[in-house]
Design a protein around this ligand. Structure first.
Ligand SMILES: Cc1ncc(COP(=O)(O)O)c(C=O)c1O
Length: 392
């Protein structure tokens, strides 16, 4: 994985013998003469024409991500959401129907249950993990099933072999957002999934400094998405592509460390008297631990947990942290912590939030690459302070 993440997708000899991938910062490409122009437009010559249709730095990123995921083809985008929306719109026609699981990323759910319906596309939302409901939701016009694994914030794991079996029987496509897993921990294409999505903003970029997205899968599916992408124009900037490639060089190292540290943090939290419950697929107590063990090679860097106490106690815990930043997102080198109730579900009533399992005491920790003992020490001192808040 490390060797692929460092070397895949580019020629050994590069511009000016550079070891690093050159940033081709251009919006257009020059043709030597009209003969070359005609050779290109008549389709005989492979080269670059205009920035929205392709860029050499972008091409390296696409090849490298495809190699990591074991995919035939890949398209990178300016964000994860750009990748998801373009992929969904490329797969459906008016009159089609899709099925999505209920704990998908909130913006993806909103797009599928709201915006896309304007174009005459139906959507059924099914409870995650209810495979009977999933089958029952499939209609003759269903084009694909969309889900995530692991999911946010409870880190539920989709049984990908079961998904593949259901989809094959009903002749529908499958799309998995594998952002939380990364190709280092899970390779959905090997389980028969048709398309894999990533928000490269997270682990693949890995430094909390870029927005990027990707879709990966069979050439014939990805080629259609690429065509629509060229029309929508949500292309990634070449400099951003360079940062993605730079981040990828340490991807395997970072994820290995994050897997190990998250496991240590999860065990520490599970044993702590101020913590009601911990959700981490690597723990035996997680409802999908068995599936996770079978289909993942690592359990990821996100740990979700319930702090004992009311909202003011939980706020006191968060405000007492000195190392972990209060911030959304995940997958970067810095440890981030977020309160889904305050951040993602701020516009829901308490009742609506609780129905979705987003309680006042729920927090999500995205473990970075700091030393695990320092992260644990920070959590320990903040939990101690939160206990004092309750006594007052
Ligand atoms: C699972 C998942 N998919 C997709 C996205 C969207 O990615 P981006 O923020 O890069 O658009 C996110 C963002 O948090 C996410 O968590």
């Amino acid at each position: 994985m490390s060797t692929i993440a460092i070397h895949a997708g580019e020629d050994r000899l590069r511009y000016a013998d550079s070891i690093t991938t050159p940033i081709v910062q251009t919006s257009t490409y020059a043709f030597k003469d009209t003969k070359e122009l005609e050779a290109y437009t008549k389709g005989g010559k492979e080269r670059y024409e205009y920035g929205r249709y392709g860029n050499p730095t972008e091409k390296v990123a696409e090849h490298r991500l495809a190699a990591l995921e074991g995919a035939e083809d890949c398209v990178v985008f300016s964000s994860g959401m750009s990748a998801i929306v373009t992929t969904i719109l490329s797969l459906v026609r008016s009159g089609d129907h899709l099925v999505i699981t209920d704990d998908a990323y909130k913006k993806t759910l909103e797009f599928c249950s709201g915006y896309i319906q304007r174009f005459g596309v139906g959507c059924s939302i099914v409870p995650f993990g209810d495979y009977d409901a999933l089958q029952a939701a499939i209609q003759p016009n269903t084009r694909f099933i969309f889900s995530e694994s692991p999911t946010n914030p409870y880190l539920n794991i989709f049984d990908l072999a079961r998904l593949h079996e259901i989809a094959r029987r009903h002749k529908v496509l499958t799309v998995i957002d594998s952002t939380f897993a990364t190709p280092a921990n899970q390779r959905p294409l090997e389980w028969g999934v048709d398309l894999v999505m990533h928000s490269c903003t997270k682990y693949l970029g890995g430094h909390n400094d870029i927005l990027a997205g990707a879709v990966l899968g069979r050439k014939e599916l990805v080629e259609d998405i690429r065509d629509l992408h060229k029309a929508f124009g949500g292309v990634i900037d070449p400099h951003c592509c360079y940062l993605l490639l730079r981040g990828l060089k340490t991807f395997a190292l970072r994820v290995r460390k994050q897997n190990e540290s998250a496991m240590e943090v999860a065990r520490f939290l599970e044993a702590h008297p101020r913590v009601r419950r911990v959700y981490y697929p690597g723990l035996e107590s997680h409802r999908h631990h068995q599936i996770a063990k079978e289909q993942m090679s690592g359990f990821g860097g996100v740990v979700t947990f319930d702090v004992k106490g009311s909202l003011p106690v939980v706020k006191r815990f968060l405000d007492s942290l000195k190392l972990c930043y209060i911030a959304p997102s995940l997958g970067g080198v810095e440890t981030l912590i977020t309160h889904p109730g305050i951040v993602s579900y701020y516009n829901y009533s308490r009742q609506q939030r609780y129905a979705l399992g987003i309680t006042d005491s729920l927090v999500r920790l995205a473990v970075g690459v700091e030393d695990a003992e320092d992260i644990i020490a920070d959590l320990y001192q903040a939990l101690k302070r939160s206990a004092r808040a309750e006594k007052r």
